[in-house]
Design a protein around this ligand. Structure first.
Ligand SMILES: Cc1cc2nc3c(=O)[nH]c(=O)nc-3n(C[C@H](O)[C@H](O)[C@H](O)COP(=O)(O)OP(=O)(O)OC[C@H]3O[C@@H](n4cnc5c(N)ncnc54)[C@H](O)[C@@H]3O)c2cc1C
Length: 516
């Protein structure tokens, strides 16, 4: 017989198996012979005594297997040689390809960037020399923007089956099965490259194709039906194209616009990245110092309304690093990543505010691309405040709020280095104002957030796509162009690794249904 126990335990006891067994026995009034497995784990840090919130499955026949059993997958023979072309080897593209393989459809993936290993050299060039390769960087290349990231795997979606499907693919390819248990799972950028390399092997072994350094530069439409895709290397004849190029492929948005294909402007969020010593966040969240070894580096999520517009923390990376995420020379874009242990002494997070057509007004003439040009102008403005490298403009948090220049800046995890700047003046006035007020409210919600040791770094601008590429809600096909399937974050249907992967699977399934 199986039982489920929902319980809270002191964090100090999480690694004490004997204590936990006695606790279960006591709670469920059991005799000694039973086995158990933690199936859900969360942290409740609202009170002085921080607790783990656990869901435990208990088996009275002593028969619970702690080894994870992956979902059963079959890879049928291809029903035809007519492949689906996937542009973009990010989470959306890779999971679409895996799903197509389980449906007997051959995927061909192209990506402008390099495989995960070769990509590292270009990341070093950005970090150490400030050289941005527009084809291979923190956003472009195998695994897309998700590879050298924090590897957080959260989504607002509550489609449990779809989420477990993605997590299972990750575990099968080498992610720890802890991601199936943690309410806030994360993988880390030291682990993600090997997982992606194994996924690549699965795709190749089952008959898929992957072409790196292969950039889509044009495509041909005949009678409103996609016919071929031209790359810098070759032309692919194609009847079904999954466009999964991510939120930073500005040339793709321009291409669609120039071809007169329907795209829409989209609201997104923009702001700065904030960095604190991790110990300040731990102390605020866990009410103790130093952080006990039974608790992970603490995270936070803060939000405020300023003049009825949202200001919020975004993509918080405990124990992480701020990284240069520009995709072209002449711009400064920052983001956050972490290693699996999250053991850097810094905590960073985006602090951003929602922006829409009211903010994009100066770029109205650019039609659906107004948000993209607004975003790009701010990134270039930040670059202009620097020394021509990837050194990022920065201001102490308290000085940003007080609207004054900082003296010396605190230490930071940002390897290219920081440059003292008046971020409050570099940002458009309305955004600067909303952020200042929002940060003030954050300080009221979280003691010690308004710390003299906190620094703001520009620009957190690639939070989501500035453009939406419309599609039919059922078939996922573009309303004007047959065979074009806009997908993932770049098309406006995802906002993170997990949701991009889920969207890739959704679109692949829609294509399978259309072709069946
Ligand atoms: C530094 C960083 C940290 C992040 N941390 C997290 C996190 O912890 N958790 C989370 O959920 N999300 C995180 N994100 C966001 C997440 O990575 C994205 O939401 C996700 O990767 C989107 O997936 P995608 O497949 O839709 O697009 P992308 O991952 O952007 O992939 C698009 C791919 O398309 C390719 N491409 C673009 N143009 C072309 C072209 N013309 N021809 C061929 N190929 C092309 C690119 O090279 C790229 O590989 C982070 C992002 C960054 C940049």
């Amino acid at each position: 017989m199986a039982l489920t126990l929902d319980t809270k335990i002191p964090h100090q006891k999480i690694q004490d198996a004997l204590w936990l067994k006695a606790h279960i026995q006591d709670k469920l009034k059991l005799k000694e012979n039973f086995s158990y497995k933690i199936v859900r784990r969360n942290i409740d840090a609202r009170f002085i005594d921080v607790q783990y919130v656990l869901r435990i499955e208990v088996d009275l026949e002593n028969d619970i297997q702690n080894n994870y059993k992956p979902l059963e997958r079959i890879f049928p023979k291809f029903k035809s040689q007519n492949p689906v072309l996937i542009v973009g080897a990010g989470p959306c593209g890779y999971f679409a390809a895996l799903h197509l393989l389980t449906k007997g459809i051959r995927p061909i993936i192209i990506d402008r960037g390099k495989d995960v290993q070769s990509r590292r050299r270009d990341l070093r060039a950005i970090q150490q020399m400030g050289i941005v390769n527009p084809e291979s960087n923190y956003c472009f290349g195998e695994g897309g923007a998700g590879t050298y990231s924090d590897g957080k795997l959260y989504t607002r979606s509550n489609k449990r089956g779809d989420i477990m499907n993605v997590l299972d693919w990750l575990v099968v390819h080498g992610a720890t099965d802890e991601i199936l248990v943690d309410v806030h799972p994360h993988i880390g950028s030291n682990k993600l490259p090997a997982i992606l390399a194994r996924m690549r092997q699965t795709i190749l072994q089952h008959g898929g194709e992957i072409h790196f350094n292969t950039k889509m530069i044009d495509f041909k439409i005949v009678n409103q039906q996609i016919k071929s895709v031209q790359t810098n290397k070759e032309t692919f004849d194609v009847s079904h194209l999954i466009l999964a190029t991510g939120h930073s492929a500005r040339d793709i948005y321009l291409l669609l616009q120039n071809k007169g294909i329907l795209i829409e402007t989209k609201a997104f969020a923009i702001g700065l990245r904030i960095e604190h010593p991790q110990s300040i966040i731990d102390q605020a969240q866990y009410h103790c110092f130093p952080r006990p070894s039974t608790l992970p580096p603490a995270a936070y999520g803060l939000s405020a309304q300023v003049n009825e517009i949202g200001v919020f923390s975004f993509c918080m990376c405990p124990g992480g690093l701020i990284i240069p995420a520009a995709t072209a020379p002449g711009e400064i874009v920052v983001n956050g990543m972490s290693l699996s242990k999250r053991d850097s002494p810094f905590a960073n997070s985006g602090v951003v505010t929602s922006v829409d057509q009211l903010d994009f007004k100066p770029f109205e003439k650019d039609g659906p691309l107004q948000g993209m040009f607004f975003q790009s102008a701010i990134e270039q403005q930040m670059f202009g405040a620097g020394d021509g490298t990837q050194k990022a403009p920065a201001q102490k948090l308290l000085d940003f709020i007080a609207r004054k220049e900082s003296g010396t800046l605190p230490n930071s995890s940002y390897i290219p280095g920081l440059i003292n700047a008046r971020l409050d003046e570099l940002l458009p006035k309305t955004i600067s104002l909303r952020l200042r007020e929002g940060l003030g409210i954050f300080g009221k919600k979280m003691k010690t957030f308004l710390s003299d040791e906190a620094v703001l770094v520009g620009t957190e601008s690639r939070t989501s796509a500035p453009v939406k590429i419309p599609r039919d809600p059922e078939s996922c096909e573009h309303p004007q162009i047959k065979g074009l399937f806009p997908s993932g974050e770049g098309a406006g249907y995802a906002g993170g690794i997990l949701s991009a992967a889920m969207d890739g699977i959704r679109v692949a399934e829609a294509i399978y249904l259309l072709r069946s």
